[in-house]
Design a binder for this molecule. Structure first.
Ligand code: NDP
Ligand SMILES: CC[C@](O)(C(C)=O)C(=O)O
Ligand code: MG
Ligand code: MG
Length: 348
């Protein structure tokens, strides 16, 4: 463990004890983005895995074709020592109800995101361990990184430790899916949930797409061609983000022209300024006080009316049509798409 270089404990391969999971069976419930990656990585690491899926699931054959054993969620959970809850957050409470009889004293209920524990949508029995290994990446990259022998950072949290071995077992699980190669950061369910929701809303998914769309609309409304606007505001985003990912903002600033650096540093904070910061504070408060969670739970109970509307409006934005046309012209984009499709499990 590295305690000196970071403000939080970070664990690596040599901190993990694979014996803590060696003779256990893991039920991976769900075979979507995270599920297929956890199941295949665990299996390749020699851990006994059973995938839990509904009888009529299209993914059933996919998982079997990937060499995995498959059972219904309740049967999988009943035979497992560790139940990894990798179905969508919104269906987890119902799936938990269906599998909870199969949880025995000393078993582990494990999550990749703490929403349902933190917001009390799942109340696990007191005699099981409750842990989290939350890879900080979409599932398809978790699998790709494992296969390519690189690692994926993850968060580890323990909510209930009835056996006294919860953390050791979670670390062994993280090692088996390839996360201790990159570093596993210890946190709490509360911190993971609040930072994850804030990050995906304000910066990663919500913030960046809104910024791109506003930039695109500004150029198109001013009479520039949609193609130019697409390249400038969306396509080049990846190249800029790649540079920051590799070497921080400094590497990005070093790679762009001095004109871009001056303009970016001088004008950027005028665009994303104090007003945005105030909006971010508000979004964070709604995550912290549970208002967002309540809204999302009620939205699902009502059959997702707002989600459906927002989803459709987003997919119908001009930028998607222009992007589809432009990406079709580039062989590199097609190759990347083919590669992604080959790796992805069947959609639900
Ligand atoms: N997406 C990501 O990369 C990340 C996700 N997480 C967390 O990981 C967890 C899983 O998310 P994610 O991988 O996105 O989930 P997905 O939406 O990809 O999960 C889909 C899978 O869940 C199955 N499923 C859906 N509903 C049910 C049900 N009622 N009963 C049984 N199985 C069902 C589907 O079955 P079928 O195949 O039959 O359709 C499918 O196999 C969540 O807690 C999420 O927050 C954490 C980090 C990143
Ligand atoms: C950024 C989105 C995410 O939080 C993730 C991939 O980590 C998610 O919920 O999918
Ligand atoms: Mg996340
Ligand atoms: Mg998330």
């Amino acid at each position: 463990m590295s305690e000196t270089e970071f403000t939080v404990p970070v664990y690596y391969d040599n901190d993990a004890n694979s014996d803590a999971i060696a003779n256990k069976t893991v039920a991976v419930l769900g075979y979507g983005s995270q599920g297929h990656a956890h199941a295949q990585n665990l299996d390749d690491s020699g851990v006994d895995v059973v995938v839990g899926l509904r009888k009529d699931s299209d993914s059933w054959t996919q998982a079997e074709n990937d060499g995995l054993r498959v059972a219904t969620p309740d049967d999988a959970a009943a035979e497992a020592d560790i139940v990894s809850m990798l179905v969508p957050d919104t269906v987890q409470p119902a799936v938990f109800e269906a599998i909870s009889d199969g949880l025995e004293a000393g078993d582990t209920l494990q999550f990749a995101h703490g929403f349902n524990i933190h917001y009390n949508q799942i109340q696990p029995p007191e005699d099981v361990d409750v842990t989290m290994i939350a890879p900080k990446t979409p599932g398809h990259l978790l699998r790709r990184n494992y296969v390519e022998d690189t690692g994926t950072p993850a968060l580890l949290a323990v909510y209930q430790n009835t056996t006294d071995g919860a953390k050791e077992e979670a670390l062994a699980y993280a090692q088996a899916i390839g996360c201790t190669r990159a570093g596993v950061v210890e946190t709490t369910f509360q911190e993971e949930v609040e930072t994850d929701l804030f990050g995906e809303q304000a910066v990663l998914c919500g913030g960046i797409t809104s910024l791109i769309k506003k930039g695109y609309e500004t150029l198109v409304d001013a009479g520039y061609s949609p193609e130019m606007a697409y390249f400038e505001c969306l396509n080049e985003m990846k190249l800029i983000v790649d540079l920051m990912y590799e070497g921080g903002m400094a590497e990005m600033w070093n790679s762009v022209s001095d004109t871009a650096e001056y303009g970016g540093l001088a004008v950027g904070p005028e665009i994303v300024g104090e007003g945005v910061r105030e909006n971010m504070d508000e979004a964070l408060e709604q995550v912290q006080n549970g208002e967002f969670a309540r809204e999302w739970i009620l939205e699902n109970q009502a059959g997702r009316p707002s989600y459906t509307q927002l989803h459709a409006a987003d997919r119908n934005h001009d930028i998607e049509e222009v992007g589809a046309r432009l990406r079709a012209l580039f062989s590199w984009a097609e190759e990347a798409e083919e590669e992604e499709e080959a790796e992805a499990p069947a959609d639900d």
